[in-house]
Ligand binder design. Structure first.
Ligand code: AMP
Ligand code: GLY
Length: 422
C-alpha cells in the first residue's frame, strides 16, 4: 500500500537544520516542509516562529497536520514533545524529562553512576568554596562542567590550578552562565580520542545510527576554548563495529530501557585505553556532526523517522539503514568573536563560486537573506561539507570551497580532517 505524503515541521535554525531540511527534501514521502524559524539557506520553507515558542509551534503543527522533527535542545528542554503529544501530534524527539540527560549534566552523571554506565569519575558541587577546595586537592587536573545548557561552551578542560580557579570564578562569582552554573560537575580528565555516536531510539529499543568525529575546540590542533563544534568528519576515527556493539550494549540500550527515551540519543565518547567512556549525552542530533553524517546517508530519513514512531525501531527501515562508503568532512565558518560575543550583519561573498566546486554541500547556519544577498547572522555562519573516497579528498574539497567564501573577520579552523593519520 502506498504511504500518504506528510507535511513536516522542522524546528531550529542552525547548520544541522539546513542539513536535515536538505535530506528531508529528497524524500518522496514529503508533501510540504516548514522550518521554524530556519535560516538564509532554508528561506523558502521558513515560518516566523521561534524554536522556543512551544505554544505557537504546537498550534502550527496542529493546523498544518505536521509530523515534527526537532533539531536543537532548547525546545526539548521546554517540553515541545510533551506539548505535541498532548495534542495527539506525531513527532520524533524525547520528552522534557527524557531530555534531562542533556539538560542537566549532574542528572546525567548520577544516572550513569547508578546504572553502571562507563563514564569519568566525578563529584557534584553547588557552592563555590567546596568546588575550590576540591580542585585544590586535585591540583587542578580536572574538567569542570556547568550543570545546565550552555551551547557547548560550559566545559573547562583544565591543566593547572589557576585554570580551575578562573573557571570557577566565571561560573560562581561572575555568573557568566546564569542559572546553568548554579551547580557544577567536576570530573576526572580522560585521555583518548573522541567520537560522537548517535542512536535512534523508540522508547524501548534502539538501533545504531551513525558516528562522526567532532572538533569542539576553537583553534587548530584542538586548542583554545570549547565551541559548539568547529568541524566534523565521518566515519569517525577509531570507532569500528567492536566499539559500536559495546556502546549499544553498555550505554545506549540500558539508557533507553531506564528512561523510555525516544528520539536521537547522542553519546559523546572518549575512546580510552580502558574502553569507551561517556563524556556527555545529548538528546538530539549533533551540530556539526549532522552536516557530516547526512550527506553519507543513502536511506530515506523521513521514512525512517515516521516508521520508528509508528512501529518501533525493530520493524522500521532503521534496521536496514544504508550509508555510503564515502568519507565526509565539514568545516564551520564563523563570525569574528565566536564563541563569545560575535559581530553580525556582514556581507558574505563567494557563495556562487563555492557552489560550483564538485563534491561540496554548503549548509547555512547563522545567515539571513537581505535583498537577494546573504548576510552573517550569528556565531557559526556556514558549514561546508566535502565528500570523497578518502578523508583527505573530503577535507580538500571542503577547504577548496571555504577558500572562495569570505566576509569581514571570517574565522575557521584549517585542520579539520587533516590533523589525523589518514
Ligand atoms: P562535553 O560537553 O561534556 O562533551 O564536553 C565538551 C568537550 O570537553 C568534550 O568534547 C571533550 O573534548 C572535553 N571533555 C569533556 N569531558 C572530559 C573529560 N572528562 N576528560 C577529557 N576531556 C573532556
Ligand atoms: N557538536 C556537539 C553538539 O552538537 O553538541
Amino acid at each position: 500500500m502506498q504511504r500518504l505524503k506528510v507535511n513536516v515541521l522542522l524546528v531550529g535554525s542552525g547548520g544541522r537544520e539546513h542539513a536535515i531540511a536538505w535530506k528531508l527534501l529528497q524524500s518522496p514521502l514529503l508533501d510540504r516542509l516548514y522550518v521554524a524559524p530556519g535560516n538564509g539557506g532554508t528561506e523558502e520553507y521558513n515560518v516566523a516562529i521561534g524554536a522556543t515558542d512551544v505554544g505557537a509551534l504546537t498550534r502550527f503543527a496542529k493546523e498544518n497536520k505536521c509530523f515534527t522533527v526537532i533539531g536543537p535542545e532548547s525546545p526539548l528542554a521546554l517540553g515541545l514533545v510533551d506539548s505535541l503529544q498532548s495534542e495527539g501530534l506525531s513527532c520524533f524527539g524525547p520528552t522534557r524529562a527524557q531530555a534531562r540527560l542533556e539538560t542537566s549534566k549532574a542528572f546525567a552523571k548520577e544516572f550513569m553512576k547508578s546504572n553502571k554506565i562507563p563514564t569519568a569519575e566525578f563529584e557534584i558541587f553547588k557552592d563555590y568554596k567546596s568546588a575550590i577546595d576540591y580542585c585544590q586537592r586535585k591540583e587542578g587536573n580536572v574538567v569542570i562542567k556547568v550543570d545546565g545548557l550552555a551551547a557547548g561552551k560550559g566545559v573547562f578542560v583544565c591543566s593547572d590550578l589557576q585554570e580551575t580557579l578562573d573557571a570557577l570564578k566565571e561560573i560562581f562569582a561572575e555568573r557568566l552562565f546564569g542559572d546553568s552554573g548554579n551547580c557544577v560537575v567536576i570530573e576526572e580528565k580522560l585521555l583518548g580520542i573522541e567520537a560522537s555516536f548517535i542512536a535512534v531510539c523508540d522508547g524501548k529499543n534502539a538501533l545504531p545510527f551513525g558516528a562522526a568525529t567532532d572538533h569542539k575546540r576553537l583553534l587548530n590542533g584542538d586548542r583554545g576554548p570549547n565551541t559548539g563544534g568547529m568541524g566534523a568528519y565521518s566515519p569517525a576515527r577509531g570507532f569500528d563495529e567492536k566499539e559500536r556493539g559495546y556502546v549499544m550494549e553498555t550505554i545506549v540500550r540500558p539508557t533507553v530501557l531506564k528512561t523510555g527515551f525516544r528520539g536521537f540519543l547522542y553519546a559523546g565518547l572518549m575512546l580510552t585505553e580502558r574502553g569507551p567512556r561517556v563524556l556527555e549525552f545529548n538528546a538530539r542530533l549533533g551540530d556539526p556532526e549532522t552536516q557530516a553524517l547526512l550527506p553519507r546517508l543513502n536511506s530515506d530519513l523521513l521514512q525512517m523517522l515516521i516508521e520508528i514512531c509508528e512501529k518501533g525501531t525493530e520493524s522500521s527501515s532503521a534496521e536496514g539503514i544504508e550509508w555510503s562508503p564515502n568519507h565526509s568532512c565539514c568545516v564551520s565558518m564563523c563570525s569574528p568573536g565566536y564563541p563569545s560575543r560575535v559581530r553580525s550583519g556582514s556581507l558574505i561573498t563567494g557563495l556562487e563560486e563555492a557552489e560550483k566546486i564538485p563534491n561540496v554541500l554548503i549548509f547555512h547556519a547563522g545567515t539571513k537573506k537581505d535583498k537577494g544577498r546573504f548576510l552573517t547572522s550569528g556565531g557559526r555562519v556556514l558549514c561546508l561539507t566535502g565528500y570523497g573516497a578518502s578523508l583527505a579528498d573530503a577535507s580538500n574539497s571542503a577547504y577548496k570551497a571555504v577558500s572562495l567564501i569570505s566576509w569581514e573577520g571570517e574565522n575557521h579552523r584549517s585542520d579539520i580532517g587533516r590533523a589525523v593519520p589518514i
